[in-house]
Design a protein around this ligand. Structure first.
Ligand code: ASP
Length: 598
């Protein structure tokens, strides 16, 4: 066996992206991976790649002995090599303007192959068509490729900007435990059996929620953490079993203060990581306004049309359904979308949008074209009398050439259906610039959600969310009407963050627990430690958590949040690279005093 190269005595002089024409004539020692080898019948070109870039190395038979040349010819794809040589300017015609190092090449005079490589299961030197499963299986190879590597670099830069910004604002980064009591985010916990106390389990945190609130009681008035969160959910669209949040909590604040910190932080990220200015403050709208105008609590403000309430005007026609909605207003509505320039949409397209509306619970989607100041086709015949058509067109804010789409029925259903149709049409028909980030705060969400399965109220966010001051009076008498100091940050139709001002008063907390049907005993069992801490001087506090993975994909690009995570899992929460989850040794089970049910 030959000795391993004493690399430390032969350090790299440059990295893969360093060399420029001004280095011509100097010596270079590079180490990296064989990205591509081209044998030009004699002269051999090697593109040597490392994290920083690619440098062209040339092996010339007239300058090298046969043995070195032969050695060079044995370099295979992804071999790890050390090359020494002289930096040369490339002849003008041979320059590669696509590479930062494209003006030079290194003429090799020494070569060591530091390691060989099996043939990669997919090529690393081109935009591959390899399946994602294969790329996940060999994640370390996919990470060598430019798109994923850039995403990881961006993520690092972003985390660093976040840390710097928040630290400058007097936030302390404090780690909270991974082995915890169950957390109240509402998803299923991952559980970890205790060996030292058989029969007992830890949960992995769904978020640091309880601990960050206790840190407020402890007097750390500005906390943050780039925290791993784990939720054992069925992996719906683009979720990960473990994901990362930028988690914040602050004492003695209102939601304005929380918004201000998040806006400042994102402004810093834009400037430092994207070299872009971000316009702050972000617009705000209440949940009610977001639903009324966009039928969504995460509206995409790039789509240039919104929902109009046309309940009264639509009842001016002869359609029973619209009259019914007006008779039952405001619990029922007729909403309209005037889709600009889409009067020419085909029946096929309109049918597809109707199918979408129905999927969202609407009974149908009425339509008509706006032409010559009147209605044409679809429901036009129901608006033939008097100025019924003109009134509807005006109420919908429509102009000639628009397509009018209407849904009516119970408020939430009709608006959500129109909201979903709006998003679909936006994606199909509008040119939405993915780099045009339209942030919006949506606040004052309802505090409770009716849980059909349990036939009881449940917390819309989590049970520590403070109702609006002015709704405290009807907290118990009319829970459905209570809105909360609960807020989301969204951009371009994507939810990016959620947070709230918390309940710090025992009496309010007890009422909320009562409304959702949690007995004092159950509460004590689950979060007794938090409630107890509140008895020792809990300051008013609030916070928020931003999904880091999603922010990376939004800002940097990518197909899914998997592209922002070095080692992600599949939809079934499997790691294709290491094979987790996997069975454990029966001996370990015995030690944990666990038996598997088969
Ligand atoms: N812990 C919450 C969540 O993960 C965020 C918060 O309220 O700060 O959604």
């Amino acid at each position: 066996m030959t000795a391993v190269e004493p690399l430390l005595q032969r350090r790299r002089t440059h990295r893969g992206g360093d060399l420029r024409p001004e280095h011509a004539g100097s010596r270079a020692r590079l180490m990296g991976w064989a990205h591509r080898v081209r044998d030009h019948g004699g002269v051999l070109f090697l593109d040597l790649r490392d994290r920083y870039g690619i440098t062209q190395v040339v092996f010339r038979p007239e300058k090298l002995n046969a043995k070195t040349m032969e050695h060079a010819r044995s370099i295979g794809s992804e071999f790890v090599v050390l090359v020494e040589g002289t930096v040369m300017c490339r002849p003008k015609a041979m320059e590669n303007p696509d590479l930062p190092t494209g003006g030079i090449e290194v003429e090799a005079d020494a070569l060591s192959i530091l390691n060989t490589s099996r043939t990669p299961p997919f090529p690393l030197d081109e935009e591959g068509s390899a399946s994602e499963d294969l790329r996940l299986r060999y994640r370390y190879l996919d990470l060598r490729r430019e798109p994923l590597k850039q995403s990881i670099v961006f993520r690092h830069n972003m985390s660093r900007s976040v840390r710097e910004y928040l630290s400058d604002q007097d936030f302390l980064e404090i780690e909270t435990p991974l082995l915890v009591k169950p957390t109240p985010e509402g998803a299923r916990d991952y559980v970890v059996p205790s060996r030292l106390q058989p029969g007992k389990f830890y949960a992995l945190p769904q978020s640091p929620q309880l601990y960050k609130q206790i840190l407020m009681v402890a007097g750390f008035d500005r906390y943050f953490q780039i925290a791993k969160c784990l939720r054992d959910e069925d992996q719906r669209a683009d979720r990960q079993a473990e994901f990362t949040q930028i988690d914040l909590e602050m004492s003695f604040v209102s939601e304005d203060d929380v918004f201000g910190v998040v806006e400042g932080m994102l402004e810093a990220v834009f400037r430092r990581c994207m070299n872009r200015e971000l316009k702050i403050p972000f617009p705000r709208m209440t949940y009610r306004e977001a639903m009324d105008r966009f039928g969504s609590d995460k509206p995409d403000l790039r789509i240039p049309f919104e929902i109009r309430n046309v309940t009264a005007a639509a009842a001016g026609g002869t359609m029973d359904k619209f009259k019914e909605a007006a008779a039952n207003a405001p619990e029922h509505v007729t909403g309209a979308l005037a889709v600009p320039g889409q009067a020419g949409a085909s029946r096929r397209e309109i049918d597809a949008w109707e199918a979408t509306a129905k999927l969202m619970g609407a009974s149908g989607l009425a339509w008509s074209r706006v032409k010559g100041g009147g209605l044409d086709g679809g429901i036009a015949k129901f608006f033939a009398e008097g100025d019924a058509a003109a009134r509807l067109i005006e109420a919908a804010g429509a102009s000639d050439g628009d397509l009018l789409l209407l849904a009516s029925g119970p408020r939430a259903k009709a608006l959500r259906a129109l909201g979903t149709v709006r998003t679909h049409i936006g994606a199909q028909k509008c040119t939405l610039d993915p780099a045009d980030f339209r942030f919006v705060w949506v606040h004052q969400f309802p505090l409770f959600e009716w849980d059909e399965a349990r036939q009881a109220w449940g917390a819309a966010h989590h049970i520590f969310t403070m109702p609006l001051d002015e709704h405290l009076a009807h907290l118990e008498s009319d829970p459905g009407r209570v809105h909360a100091q609960l807020y989301d940050l969204a951009a371009n139709g994507i939810e990016l963050a959620s947070g709230s001002i918390r309940i710090h008063r025992k009496d309010i907390q007890e009422k909320v627990l009562r409304i959702i049907g949690m007995s004092p005993e159950e509460a004590k069992l689950k979060f007794g430690f938090l409630l107890e801490s509140f008895e020792y001087g809990a300051p008013p506090h609030g916070g928020i958590a931003l999904g880091l993975d999603r922010l990376v994909v939004l800002f940097h690009g990518g197909e899914s949040i998997r592209d922002a995570i070095a080692f992600p899992k599949t939809a079934s929460a499997t790691s294709l690279m290491d094979g987790a989850p996997a069975p454990i040794d029966p001996e370990d089970l015995k030690e944990l005093k666990l038996r598997l049910e088969t």
